[in-house]
Design a protein around this ligand. Structure first.
Ligand code: F6R
Length: 243
């Protein structure tokens, strides 16, 4: 695992965007695994800017997102497809038919989970998976005590995650109670992992994930068993790592 300390959010975002851009330059048909949330917004801004300048060409790339709320369609402003379209897809020259997010409107969770997993496989697997981390160590929507070997599935969200995500909704009552997520098994099959972490409020969970025991209680801790992980954190997020 490589741990890179960034000066601040901007620096973290630029370093992460550089790694994703390099991936697409070296392999134009890359499959990028992407994340939503506050952390990657700056990374997407750099990628959009560099694409506009003609420095990165996404025309042959494909994307698969980690997760989507169950019950929200592509046009729902709090849905993750909408987020991705707003922050990235609409700003780069990617073919929209090659941008994938779990279908939150599929009523049969087993069917949608199997479809998404098969889709990832049919694309040849994820070349690089971008991840954030939740305050409880979740990656995607894999909450504490999820089995490490599961594939894409439908989860019940914890109160902590509903609380953390309510900032995007009018109230906590409006946050969906379930979501589709790539499983930890799916995430671990990505050829490379790029985790970005920002802020003092993530310092404890970052130390637990990167230096504590590998345990399902801290889902992100499993990444230490992946062969190619890069973590980029700002100084505040990395402040509790042993020096
Ligand atoms: C988002 C996702 C989540 C977030 C995590 C951190 O697609 O899968 O695991 O990465 O909740 O969110 P932020 O970046 O908002 O702190």
């Amino acid at each position: 695992m490589r741990i890179i300390e960034a000066k601040d959010y901007q620096d973290m975002s630029k370093k992460a965007a550089n790694i994703l851009a390099a991936q697409v330059i070296l392999k134009p048909e890359s499959v990028l695994g992407l994340a939503t949330g506050s952390t990657p917004i700056g990374t997407y801004e750099y990628l959009a800017d560099w694409c506009k300048r003609g420095d990165v060409d996404f025309s042959k790339a494909a994307t698969v997102n980690l997760d989507e709320y169950r019950g929200l369609d592509h046009d729902h402003e709090q849905g993750y497809y909408y987020f991705m379209n707003k922050h990235l897809y609409s700003k780069i020259n990617i073919d929209p038919s090659r941008t994938h997010v779990p279908n939150g409107m599929e009523p049969d969770p087993a069917k949608e989970s199997a479809r998404y997993e098969a889709l990832i496989r049919s694309l040849g697997g994820v070349d690089i998976q971008l991840l954030g981390i939740g305050h409880d160590g979740h990656i995607g929507f894999n909450e504490p005590n999820t089995h490490f070997d599961v594939d894409t599935h439908c989860v019940d969200l914890t109160e902590m995650t509903i609380e953390a995500n309510k900032r995007f909704f009018a109230s906590a009552d409006e946050v969906p109670r379930q979501a589709y997520t790539m499983g930890i098994g799916t995430i671990m099959r990505a050829r490379k992992i790029l985790m970005i972490i920002c802020g003092e409020d993530k310092a404890d969970i970052t130390a637990a994930a990167l230096c504590g025991p590998v345990t399902p209680e801290v889902p992100a801790s499993i990444l230490r068993f992946h062969q190619d992980v890069t973590v980029i954190g700002d100084a505040a997020a990395l402040s509790k790592l042993p020096r």
